[in-house]
Design a protein around this ligand. Structure first.
Ligand code: AMP
Ligand code: ZN
Length: 471
């Protein structure tokens, strides 16, 4: 089956056809590095990684670009709220530059442990101020801007396709309700391209520009950097569903206003939210879980990846610890089966297998994943293969490795743990680490005793604690 993707722009699935033969330009909105990414954000990056893998498996060469927002932008998409970077700096008593550097590194670690391929180009806003200014100059020259109260605004009334992506009508409550009343704006949904007047006097990050010293509005970075690396028209742009109404809508307006070309991006793909009991997981709501939180409770990051793949990316996914435990059990069973296959075939070399039976499975798998990335269905095919006793074990392994090129669960690196550590003991290990980090030595010692009682021994090394079977 040919690759079909759901395009938010036309609100239906359509066959994917790249603009250039065998090449795809893919832009994904990246993190604002003022805090750790939460596992909801990471769901977005897992989805984008699957998309990239699927494109590659469909023989496209993918140029994957992602921005790193290391310049302050306001807590809300609509130019209101607090500046995120200043918020982070205040919270941790560091400079905004230090905050950005630290959380960018943390983000890269999360990405790596989730087996997400690093983007071909990862671009920091602070290193592209020149391009951003050039983009704003073009928008200005083409007549889409006005200056008001010291800031440069985009005038949405000049851009006739403004509501194309969201499908909203002007003055639609749903879009406009999120937009702040700002007396300096001509239209409610106008947005800032360049700030010279910030409500935060202590803004550290500022640059000279034709409009005065200041800093860019949030949305313009994605237009400037995507065009720089992918050209004035490219194939796919992704992000979470929350970006449709404002951020991506504004990106389209800026990009098309600056280049004068319609159809900036051909396919728009958006993932649904990861939700908690109380609603969407969001940093601004103050209640969120990070990958580190999961790891501290003893979950391998790939269990979270498996958990995400169990739901279609356009369906909301409810996070619960029971749900994650379910994914853990299934992931462990899958891992055990793959390890058994490896043990049976120690001399196994990955070669092409053309047996009819596995080809049928491969076709079912591809049909599922090429149908708008139906990962739950693809996992179901994978399980049929794992359970099928009639396939030659080498062939099974070869097939599973091919599936994993799409899924990214890391099958090739599965080996039996030297020590099989029960989950309970892993949890106590994590609690002990936490106690040590907070210099609560008494608690740490008590937890060490509990680990010994369970029959294990902790050895603290330069690389962190190691666990072995007790005497
Ligand atoms: P941000 O750092 O807020 O710009 O978010 C990074 C990415 O995560 C964007 O693509 C967001 O749309 C996406 N995102 C934010 N919250 C969630 C959530 N709860 N579930 C899934 N994706 C999310
Ligand atoms: Zn963006």
């Amino acid at each position: 089956m040919k690759l079909r993707l759901y395009n938010t722009l036309i609100r239906k699935k359509e066959e994917f056809r790249s603009l250039k033969k065998n090449k795809v330009g893919l832009y994904c909105c990246g993190p604002t590095v003022y805090n750790r990414a939460h596992i909801g954000n990471l769901r977005a990056y897992i989805f984008e990684d699957v998309l990239r893998r699927v494109l590659e498996m469909n023989a496209y060469e993918v140029k994957h670009v992602m921005n790193i927002t290391d310049v302050g932008h306001l807590a809300s998409d609509a130019d209101e709220g607090e500046d995120k970077m200043i918020l982070g700096a205040k919270r941790e008593g560091k400079t905004v530059w230090e905050i950005a550097k630290f959380y960018e590194e943390e983000f890269n670690k999360d990405i790596k442990s989730l087996n997400i391929k690093p983007p071909t180009i990862s671009c920091r806003v602070t290193e592209h101020i020149k391009e951003i200014i050039e983009t704003i100059k073009k928008i200005e020259k083409n007549g889409y801007t006005y200056e008001s109260d010291g800031n440069i605004y985009f005038d949405i009334s000049k851009f006739k396709h403004y509501y194309n992506l969201s499908g909203h009508k002007p003055n639609d409550e749903e879009t406009e309700a999120r937009v702040d009343e700002d007396s300096a704006k001509r239209n409610k949904s106008d947005f800032v391209l360049w700030f010279t007047k910030s409500k935060f006097g202590n803004q550290d990050m500022q640059w000279d520009s034709p409009w005065g010293r200041g800093f860019p509005g949030w949305h313009v970075e994605c237009s400037a950097m995507s065009i720089k690396y992918l050209g004035e028209q490219f194939d796919i742009h992704c992000g979470g569903i929350d970006h449709v109404n404002i951020h991506h809508t504004n990106e389209i307006a800026q990009s098309e206003a600056s280049t004068g070309k319609h159809s900036w991006v051909k396919y728009w793909l958006h993932n649904e939210f990861l939700v908690m009991d109380k609603g969407k997981m969001a940093k601004s709501a103050g209640e969120f879980l990070t990958l580190t939180n999961l790891e501290k409770k003893g979950y391998n990051p790939l269990v979270y990846r498996y958990f995400c793949l169990g739901a279609h990316y356009r369906q909301q996914l409810k996070f619960s610890w029971e749900g994650l435990d379910g994914a853990l059990n299934t992931y462990n069973r899958c891992k055990e089966k793959i390890i058994e296959l490896k043990e049976k075939n120690e001399q196994f070399k990955e070669t092409e297998y053309q047996e009819e039976k596995t080809e049928e499975y491969m076709a079912s798998f591809t049909n599922a994943i090429n149908d708008d990335l139906n990962t739950p269905q693809a996992l179901a095919v994978m399980w049929s293969v794992l359970r099928d006793e009639e396939i030659d074990t080498r062939e099974k392994l070869a097939l599973l490795y091919r599936f994993d090129d799409f899924l990214g669960l890391g099958f090739r690196s599965y080996f039996r743990d030297k020590v099989d550590v029960p989950k309970e003991v892993k949890k106590i290990m994590a609690q002990r680490e936490d106690a040590r980090m907070h210099k609560d030595w008494q608690k740490a010692d008590k937890l060490r005793d509990r680990i010994s009682e369970a029959g294990f021994m902790v050895i603290d090394t330069d690389d962190g604690p190691k666990i072995e079977k007790g005497e």
